[in-house]
Design a protein around this ligand. Structure first.
Ligand SMILES: [Zn+2]
Length: 478
């Protein structure tokens, strides 16, 4: 008869039982039998419409039934079900002490190259199996990181992502293949990792990490690996790790350069000791604006995986208090010493940040959006203006290497950085429409032109990318 394991918070509704034997040949039948026997459980597991609540995850043996056939997943008498109440997508099981973990014969064969190394051995492999690592993001860094952790036998890997696979991800996000474009990253990543190693447990969190959910999500993990590419999340991950005492294996990338470190407030500095405040919005371009060499996140994600595995094994010298700088163009690896800042607002002796804050506001993201303040035209309006052959100037403020990919033939081409010295090429008497790739740089150009006395100047909302998306499908998008 299938067995249902109940988590601690639900046991009071089942006469204190930690597991219950039930009849049923599917997950739905077994859960139905459970709530028939223990009526008090029903409202915890099902909503008013009789649907399984979204924060309740059910596993058949080691597998999340959402990735099997959901409630129609068949059960055999030897199967067991585990109910894992989740916060926004899932929660890891409580840690299994490494000495309570055993390896099957298949696992011994799979990990034999680890087992014959004295630094890992059977004990180390059991530590890896008992370990619970949370990867924030399944993108460029998260791909190699999670693939190597899965292959190495890290027993529980949490994944946080809410995105969908896009064509432009495939250049570096090696978790995904061409056939995954349009799919949920979380689902595609979970399948891929399970394909690499069916012995491990994947805990997906289909959400953006926020101040509201971060502490709950982190709770189920021992080590956090930050693979995000934006400042609000980076500070959020740092602060959440400091507040919960967990190590934060960090990396970031831009074009040909990368950084990595292990921020662990109990043993060394945190990210805020290094950068107490974020750069002003717009100063540091994102990879979407500035680009990134596809293999660079591969290099840095592997550094993160290496540091994570070292922390689990307790072997070697971790990157605590050291910032590794990688320059792929010169292929030089440098190292900076990091110091704990005695005045750090979160990990110092007199912290002023004692709970998670509004990181969007802290990083000035909410105040950014200059595009809203400048007059705009839509791509549809631009199409109409061009078709009416109205007298106007189309100004392209992108860089030459972008213009070689796609451009409007009639546009005046002046990169944003050279606009001030080229104002004489434009006339304040003309109607001017400014565009760039996505609309951000051109909004800055519109502001600059207005400050210089141009009144009839408007920004193309969404840039040439939206034009290619909505108006001219033959134009390449980049
Ligand atoms: Zn600090």
């Amino acid at each position: 008869m299938p067995k249902i394991h109940l988590p601690t918070p639900l046991r009071p509704y089942a006469d204190g039982a930690s597991s219950v034997d039930v009849h049923g040949s599917t997950v739905a039948e077994a859960l139905g039998g459970l709530v028939t026997r223990y009526g008090g459980l029903r409202r915890h597991l099902y909503d008013e419409a009789g649907k399984l609540r979204s924060f309740v995850n059910v596993y058949r043996n080691e597998e999340d039934v959402r990735y099997l056939q959901r409630e129609a997943t068949p059960l055999s008498p030897s199967d067991s079900l585990s109910i894992i109440p989740s916060i926004a997508g899932g929660k890891a099981a409580p840690p299994a002490p490494a000495d309570a973990v055993t390896l099957s014969n298949e696992e011994v064969r799979r990990y034999s190259r680890h087992l014959i190394m004295p630094e890992v051995g059977l004990e180390g492999q059991k530590k890896l199996k008992a370990a619970r690592v949370l990867a924030i993001g399944t993108g460029g860094l998260g791909s190699p990181l999670s693939l190597y952790l899965a292959a190495a036998g890290v027993g529980t890997i949490g994944l946080v992502d809410f995105d969908v696979v896009d064509d432009s991800n495939l250049q570096r996000q090696i978790l995904f293949g061409t056939e995954d474009v349009g799919r949920s990253k979380l689902q595609a990543a979970s399948e891929r990792l399970r394909g690499v190693n069916p012995n491990i447990h994947i805990v997906p969190f289909d959400t953006r990490l926020t101040s509201e959910n971060a502490l709950d999500i982190l709770q189920g993990f021992d080590i956090v690996a930050d693979g995000t590419d934006n400042f609000p999340t980076r500070y959020l991950v740092n602060d959440a790790c400091v507040l919960t005492g967990k190590p934060n294996v960090y990396a970031s990338i831009f074009r040909f350069e990368g950084q990595a470190s292990v921020f662990w407030a109990e043993k060394g500095p945190c990210y805020r000791c290094l950068y107490s405040e974020p750069p002003p919005p717009g100063l540091v371009p994102s990879c979407a604006e500035g680009g990134v060499l596809g293999i660079l996140p591969g290099l840095l994600g592997v550094v993160q995986a290496t540091e994570t595995i070292k922390l689990i094994l307790g072997e070697g010298e971790p990157l605590v208090g050291r910032l590794l700088l990688v320059d792929a163009l010169s292929m030089r690896f440098r190292e900076l010493k990091l110091h704990k800042n005695p005045e750090c607002v979160i990990c110092g002796p007199n912290p002023t940040v004692t709970k998670l804050i509004d990181y969007e506001a802290f990083c000035g993201v909410a105040a950014e959006a200059p595009a809203a303040a400048v007059p705009e035209v839509t791509v549809e309006e631009l199409k109409a203006i061009r078709e009416r052959e109205e007298d106007f100037v189309l100004l392209d403020v992108r860089e030459p290497h972008e213009i070689s990919i796609c451009a409007f033939p009639e546009s005046v081409k002046i990169p944003l950085g050279k606009l001030t010295e080229n104002l004489h090429r434009l006339s304040t008497a003309d109607e001017i429409v400014v565009h760039c790739k996505l609309g951000g740089r051109s909004a800055k150009a519109v502001e600059l032109l207005r400050q210089s006395g141009f009144r009839k100047v408007r920004n193309l909302a969404g840039g040439i990318d939206r034009w290619a998306e909505r108006i001219d499908r033959s134009m390449p998008r980049y």
